[in-house]
Design a protein around this ligand. Structure first.
Ligand code: 13P
Length: 252
């Protein structure tokens, strides 16, 4: 059985005090209300991580939104995976479309990030997804497959089983437009088939593939009911505890 994972990506939101308050509210609600076998993750900004980590119970894991590719050294402003690990981070989002777009992160650079995250025993949440133009041109499936091939297909099967994929169509992020269940399920199935073409069907069947993009408590039940959707990467709806926990509740 593959793991079901709902992760909140706060992005660059919440000052320190607001972040602690939100994390503590989510943690308490999850403790009281969630019995399902679902892993909840809070991906907070770097400066919140150490303190947020201290107030999370076992049911909610700590995630970062980024990392650097080097172990240590003269890389002013960067944060290593070892540092993240030392404050209790266990998941790291990489390849978010916002980082690809605003910080020019390439598939090759992301391959290096995957390597160092896995070397440290943490779980990468690898984001992929197409633009609206690519979808309209009918090249969305090839495009997403190439993101996976270029950043992940150098991994050994054993390494690959430790990766979580997040499919986030760029046109659905923060826009209020969600992919239809048919569109999301189709892409998730294609992603799984692509993984199977390299690593075999039984390995592909074990990989958690999250959906992200304007996912909220209203559309989550239908999305999460799809055969190949194993959770969500939630932006806006993770910024209020009640809204986030209601999304988590949609995962059965
Ligand atoms: P929204 O849920 O705000 O659309 O953001 C999705 C996302 O980018 C999560 O990483």
């Amino acid at each position: 059985m593959r793991k079901k994972i709902i992760a909140g990506n706060w992005k660059m939101n919440n000052d320190f005090e607001q972040g602690l308050k939100l994390a503590s509210e989510v943690n308490n609600m999850v403790k009281d209300e969630i019995n399902a076998d679902v892993q909840v993750v809070i991906c907070a900004p770097y400066i919140h991580l150490a303190s947020v980590g201290k107030l999370l119970s076992g049911k909610v894991a700590l995630g970062a939104q980024n990392c650097y590719t080097k172990k240590s050294g003269a890389y002013t402003g960067e944060v290593s995976v070892e540092m993240l690990k030392s404050v209790g981070v266990s998941y790291v989002i990489i390849g978010h479309s916002e980082r690809r777009e605003y910080f020019n992160e390439t598939n090759q650079f992301l391959a290096e990030k995957v390597n160092i995250i896995l070397e440290n025993g943490l779980t990468p949440i690898f984001c992929c997804g197409e633009t609206l133009k690519q979808r309209e041109e009918g090249i969305h499936i090839d495009f997403v497959n190439s993101q996976l091939t270029d950043s992940l297909f150098h991994l050994s099967p054993e390494q690959f089983t430790k990766v979580v994929i997040a499919y986030e169509p760029i046109w659905a992020i923060g826009t209020g437009v969600t992919a239809s269940t048919a569109q999301a399920q189709e892409m998730h199935e294609k992603i799984r088939n692509h993984i199977a073409s390299k690593y075999g069907a039984s390995l592909a069947n074990e990989i958690t593939i999250q959906y992200g993009g304007s996912c909220n408590a209203s559309n989550a039940p239908e999305l999460f009911a799809c055969a190949d959707i194993d959770g969500g990467l939630i932006g806006g709806a993770s910024l209020e505890a009640r809204k986030f926990v209601d999304v988590i509740k949609a995962m059965k």
